[in-house]
Design a binder for this molecule. Structure first.
Ligand SMILES: [Fe+2]
Length: 401
């Protein structure tokens, strides 16, 4: 078996650093000792579930073909050895084909003692006016070719909820090109690319010259868009200053200082509804949405102009409105806001389920103001970041081969 190629159950590249030096079977665990003398336990069910062998996965798709429910309850490893290449070789009971694990892949996925955490998204850093003055900014003039800047920009969005490129082409539809460079675009009833400028017959307050209080877009949908891009093509109109607020920071403030307001905003279902002539989108949700497993806030749904009548019991309606008015007030509190102007060529990507955005009123009679916008999902950003890191690993592997 030692001449067989080292397979992995994915399309990734896993440079070999530390490698197994010894292995032992202990109950239902395969215990690996590494070159740095540390040890990791691997459960046999985890190992067979992640076996890269053609008997267990489709090598074309790298997706599993082995149905775990077909294995007997007393399925077990009969032997385990470390090959000279560092590969872990495990033979299985009940005639199941043996598995051979790439040492780089195994080290990178050692979940017990190896540091592997499946949820690799960067930890968000909540901010307010005390810690943030301007959007994290990057030179976007070559964003389609410059993967280093792309990774830095997307990482900033994952951590702070937003990031700004400057010097991007002001050709119309560039926002679509940049979005597609990240991932799949989400089209809505406002189209694929929407033009944010004052219109004669607007179907949203966004398409007027009015002030927009801090809000998220499309909270009226079961799944509100995770990401939004706004790209400035023209801006000579007085006013129209952009506002950004970190909903995560406000949620944490409420946890600490106003727990009853926080309780109401995380439990009462408010009605979000659009009032279009041709559509009637409606979704009911708390204003602050919690992760069901960690109870940490993961989403805010706030839009003063996209709500419908609530149907809460009478004795809970007054408190719900008090809490709602309070979070509106906090979103307008300068402690939580940053304000900045848009220059032609500025392109801001932000987390539409975490940050609230707004703008000051502007005067369309004294100049032009034209932004183009587009939506994507958070998944697209994280997938792109992982592929960028995968490509970097591949380059490292080639350079050191
Ligand atoms: Fe908006």
């Amino acid at each position: 078996m030692t001449d067989a190629p080292l397979l992995t159950p994915d399309f990734d590249v896993w440079p070999i650093g530390r490698r197994p030096t010894a292995v032992a079977l202990t109950g239902t665990d395969v215990v690996v000792t590494w070159t740095d003398a540390s040890t990791s336990r691997f459960d046999i069910w985890w190992l067979i579930d992640n076996s890269p062998m053609p008997e267990h996965i489709n090598r074309a798709t790298r997706e599993a073909t082995l149905d775990l429910s077909t294995l007997p309850d007393d399925f077990h490893a009969t032997a385990a050895t470390v090959e000279p290449s560092g590969a872990l070789y495990v033979t299985w009971s009940h005639g199941i084909a043996s598995s051979r694990y790439h040492p780089g892949w195994l080290a990178a996925h050692a979940y017990d003692g190896g540091g592997f955490v499946a949820d690799d998204r960067p930890t968000p850093i909540a901010w307010g006016a005390d810690t943030m003055a301007e959007p994290p900014s990057f030179d976007g003039s070559a964003i389609l070719e410059d993967d280093t800047t792309l990774e830095a920009w997307l990482t900033a969005v994952a951590v702070y909820g937003f990031g700004r490129l400057r010097g991007v082409s002001t050709a119309p539809d560039t926002v679509n090109t940049v979005a597609r460079h990240i991932g799949t675009v989400r089209e809505t009833n406002f189209g694929r690319v929407f033009d944010v400028r004052s219109k004669v017959d607007p179907d949203s307050n966004a398409y007027t010259a009015l002030e927009l209080t801090p809000h998220v877009d499309l909270p009226t949908r079961e799944y509100q868009p995770g990401l939004q891009i706004l790209h400035c093509l023209e801006n000579t109109a007085p006013g129209g200053e952009a506002v950004m607020v970190d909903g995560l920071r406000i949620a944490r403030f409420l946890v600490e200082h106003e727990p009853e307001t926080y309780r109401i905003l995380t439990t009462e279902r408010f009605t979000f509804q659009n009032r279009s002539k041709t559509s009637d989108y409606r979704w009911l949700s708390p204003v602050i949405v919690l992760d069901p497993t960690t109870n940490a806030p993961v989403e805010v749904r706030i839009a003063g102009f996209l709500r419908g009548p609530t149907d809460l019991p009478a004795d809970r309606t007054g408190p719900a409105y008090r809490a709602l008015r309070r979070i509106f007030a906090l979103s307008r509190d300068p402690r939580f806001q940053i304000r900045y102007g848009y220059r032609p060529g500025d392109l801001v990507l932000f987390d539409n389920r975490r940050l609230m955005h707004g703008r000051a009123a502007f005067d369309p009679s004294a100049g032009s103001r034209w932004l183009q916008g587009i939506y994507l999902e958070r998944d697209e950003l994280h997938s792109r970041l992982r592929i960028l890191r995968r490509n970097a690993r591949a380059r490292t592997a080639v350079a050191t081969a």
